[in-house]
Write a protein that binds this ligand. Structure first.
Ligand SMILES: Nc1nc2c(c(=O)[nH]1)N[C@H]1C(S)=C(S)[C@@H](COP(=O)(O)OP(=O)(O)OC[C@H]3O[C@@H](n4cnc5c(N)ncnc54)[C@H](O)[C@@H]3O)O[C@H]1N2
Ligand code: MOO
Length: 401
């Protein structure tokens, strides 16, 4: 049986995927969304030369080597500039954020001034231009300050607000319909029958979808029965899901119906069966405008395939370049056997040695049903096909979880 290499499958999955269209969201709802168009400033900031300190706006040329005395001719709090001009021998009381009045070019901080009535004495001479923020110090009207690809975070939102954008263009969130399959499954919180288990994959994949900036749509659990399965699949299409994720039923058993039902519904199969462990039965295709990703049922296989395939697919739909930085590296704490033809993603704990190196310790058991170990893992050690046996101390590529 031929198995497709992981990289080839990923390239196939992402080929032709375009970023989703733009929608406009209020600034308050834009945190974590993905910017879809460059953001040009509508303002210059600060819009005027502004004082950076509380003190006195002075003409630097007025200050002599000795203790200069100046006359206070007005006041400029933030939001209320001084309308006149500061003449020779004059000063204006000024506060942080206020426009520096005409005629003045320097701010004397109040700690360095002695005030008596309407006179001040300069106790320590400032440098020319001290504590004046020139107009446009931060940015100018017309500057392109934020550009895709960008996941908007608090820093970008503050900047967008300062640019006076109350509404931002972002990519629509991919709608990801998630359908579990299997007679043995019941929802968390319900009592399973004697031969049943709790469906766990859905919760993990839905959280991954949300983490990646998508919108999870729960299609529930379909029994292993073609008509019921087809009806669930059709719901993903009526709901105009961008991606349909099926969970389980992807392998070769008599009750693994997902691929045949999707085929009957008109799916174009892109690939099935990948040279990876866990995740061999992974399947992908397209059903009309919906991308289909058939994840294996084994819980660890499901989540690892979600990380390696669903995440980059969603990133591409959000205009992101899927992380190309490649794996990090760490020191192996225990030996690993020679690998076979499947690329292995070995669950491992992650720690730091005394000298600061990342250290990975693989779990001795790697069964793809063991969610407990995945939850305890800090990394996956990536073992390429046919990688030779390794001793403790070898450097290995890892994906940090
Ligand atoms: N003869 C062969 N058998 C199997 C092969 C194979 O190549 N030849 N591949 C194995 C591999 S590898 C995997 S992975 C599994 C995946 O098979 P399916 O995708 O068909 O998954 P199911 O059979 O439906 O379920 C497998 C396992 O996972 C449990 N499961 C399913 N869905 C969920 C869920 N939503 N939450 C929690 N657990 C779930 C299910 O009860 C089964 O125990 O096939 C191997 N077999
Ligand atoms: O490839 Mo399966 O994912 O071993 O469990």
């Amino acid at each position: 049986m031929s198995l497709m290499p992981v990289d080839e499958a990923l390239t196939k999955l992402l080929s032709g995927v375009k970023p989703l269209e733009t929608e406009y969201v209020p600034l308050e709802s834009a945190n974590g969304r993905y910017l879809s168009a460059p953001l040009v400033s509508t303002r210059t900031q600060p819009p005027f030369a502004a004082s950076a300190m509380d003190g006195y706006a002075i003409r630097h040329e007025d200050i002599s080597a000795s203790r200069t005395s100046l006359t206070v001719v007005g006041e400029a709090p933030a939001g209320h500039g001084f309308a006149g001009t500061v003449g020779t021998g004059e000063t204006v009381r000024i506060f942080t954020g206020a426009p520096v009045p005409a005629g003045a070019d320097t701010i004397l901080i109040q700690e360095n001034a002695e005030r008596e009535g309407e006179r001040i004495t300069v106790l320590e001479n400032p440098a020319k231009g001290a504590f004046v923020r020139p107009a446009g110090l931060d940015f100018s009207e017309g500057d392109v300050l934020l550009q895709p690809p960008l996941k908007l975070a608090y820093r970008h939102l503050a900047l967008a607000a300062a640019m006076n954008h109350a509404v931002l263009p972002v990519h629509r969130r991919p709608k990801v319909a998630i359908l579990a399959t299997g007679d043995e499954l019941v929802r968390p919180g319900t009592e399973p029958g004697p031969d049943q288990i709790i469906a766990s994959n859905h919760a993990g994949i839905a959280a991954l979808v949300e983490d990646c900036g998508g919108q999870a749509l729960d299609l529930g659990i379909s029994p292993d029965e073609p008509v019921a399965l087809a009806n669930h699949v059709r719901r993903a299409i009526t709901e105009k899901a961008d991606i349909l994720v099926t969970l389980g039923g992807a392998s070769v058993g008599d009750h693994d119906l997902v691929q045949s039902v999707l085929g009957q519904e008109g799916m174009d199969l892109a690939f099935w069966r990948i040279a990876m462990r866990p995740g061999k039965p992974l399947m992908a295709g397209r059903l009309g405008g919906t991308k289909v990703l058939g994840l294996p049922g084994n819980p660890v296989s499901s989540l690892v395939c979600g990380l390696l395939f669903l995440k980059p697919l969603m990133q591409a739909m959000l205009g992101q370049t899927p992380e190309q930085s490649g794996p990090q590296r760490a020191i192996l704490a225990s030996p690993l056997p020679e690998n076979d033809r499947r690329q292995d993603y070995v669950r491992a704990t992650l720690s730091r040695s005394a000298n600061g190196d990342l250290v990975v310790t693989p779990f001795s058991r790697q069964d793809s049903s063991m969610l407990n170990l995945l939850a305890k893992s800090g990394a996956l050690v990536v073992r390429p096909p046919h990688a030779p046996a390794l001793e403790a101390g070898a450097e290995v590529p890892i994906l940090v979880l």
